[in-house]
Design a protein. Structure first.
Length: 48
C-alpha cells in the first residue's frame, strides 16, 4: 500500500512540474501579447 501512495506522490510531483511549465509559457505569452498591445496603441490613436 505504501508503494501505491509513493507512486501517486511521484505522479503528483510530475503533474506539478508540468503545470509550472505551462504557467511559465502562459506568462511569456501574456508578455508578448502586452507588447503587441502596446505597439497597437499608437496606431489606434492615429486612427482617431
Amino acid at each position: 500500500k505504501d508503494e501505491n501512495i509513493h507512486k501517486q506522490l511521484m505522479d503528483l510531483k510530475q503533474n506539478e512540474q508540468q503545470l509550472d511549465k505551462k504557467l511559465l509559457k502562459l506568462k511569456q505569452n501574456e508578455q508578448q501579447l502586452n507588447e503587441k498591445l502596446l505597439k497597437l496603441k499608437p496606431n489606434e490613436q492615429q486612427l482617431n
